[in-house]
Design a protein around this ligand. Sequence first.
Ligand code: NDP
Length: 449
Amino acid sequence: MPSLLDEKVSPIYQEVLARNPGETEFHQAAREVLESLGPVLVKHPEFAQHKIIERICEPERQIIFRVPWRDDKGEVQINRGFRVEFNSALGPYKGGLRFHPSVYLGIIKFLGFEQIFKNALTGLPIGGGKGGSDFDPKGKSDDEVMSFCQSFMTELYRHIGEHTDVPAGDIGVGGREIGYMFGQYKRITNRWEAGVLTGKGLDWGGSLVRTEATGYGAVFFVDEMLKARKDTFEGKICSVSGSGNVAIYTTEKIHQLGGKVVTCSDSNGYIYDEKGIDLALMQQLKEVERRRIKDYTQYRKHAKYIAKGNIWEVPCQVAMPSATQNEINGADAAMLVKNGCIAVGEGANMPTTPEGVKVFLEAQIAYGPGKAANAGGVATSALEMQQNAERNSWTFDHTEKRLQEIMRNIHELCYETSIEYGTPGNYVNGANIAGFIRVAKAMVAFGVV
Ligand code: NDP
């Protein structure tokens, strides 16, 4: 991978910086993709002629809105809502909603930008978008979460629809929040329109495997990377960060494939359980009781809780960051490699800083970037949309097989593309280039729109 931006691409990146001041996460995500694209412009001069990169870096539409709601004390609270509809060349905008106090436009734009290429890699007809709010669901009652979700949807509903824009979950948005938002959408529009949101409950239009899909898919992707190196998960010590949706189902699938996950975490600290994480306990604490991960040691006395510790200091052979962006820096990456890590699969979006990515690529370990490795979530959302369109529901086994097949195809596409562009085994280049080309071809076909 060229470490510097190609001379044709560099001015485009400078323009991104100038037009989007202060949006550091968006700059990071854009730079990472742009670094891969120099050789693409040599093979496809038509993309430069049609200014495809410049157009891809500019969202088609950005919506920012006020979200007023009342808390349990009767006080009015005000949050800010976002939906960035980034690119609809391949299908309706598709991407999750994040509710977290750190959310601002730069976070939503980085996520929406990555989503364009991720969605293209799935081979399914979905464009890229992302949304969310600086609302923090942590510590709020169900009534407060409902009140917020209803207010959020009271503005969002006019911008979304099954053929326009189809949101889903992300950090802080799970089945409960999707339920409240679907209910409000239905009430306002007087339409029972299943295809407008994904991640729905199984009794009202949801798909089996959607809950598990991002974690399972990330493990399938790592399994493919290991197979390409004639290796498997069997007996591997694995480190997973986070304790939310992605972390839980990453842990479950690794255990099913014979690996042992020894960590989980939240923003306060991490658990080290040398006997292997007790998944049923983790699910009870996090999914049912919504407690903090610290409480794990009340039930597994041998396990250790390290407050504010660095989870990546735990030696492992496979690391699967599944919490949030920039959770592995250059020093963490170097420590992982030094301690014997041979594969990294990103369940989270952009969890590794550019310095960390450089360490993994230089060490030539199997490194699966988020936009390839965690595409199973959105792919299964697209399968949910297919089931909604045909008013059908598929079995767990059938849907999981489809997911596995999609992840295998994404791996192959990234791998083959990395070879075609002279960087064999570099999945960063493979994912960026393969995803970009698919979107770019459609944009050229559509003319200047
Ligand atoms: P959840 O809200 O279910 O869980 C998030 C987990 O990450 C929690 O353990 C949370 O801890 C931790 N976390 C969140 N923010 C921070 C932070 N700033 N610092 C440290 N820890 C943090 O979210 P998901 O599991 O759905 O999402 C995890 C990652 O996976 C995100 O990067 C998301 O974008 C990505 N992803 C999710 C998909 C999905 O289908 N859900 C699809 C593709 C990618 P705490 O409770 O302390 O905040």
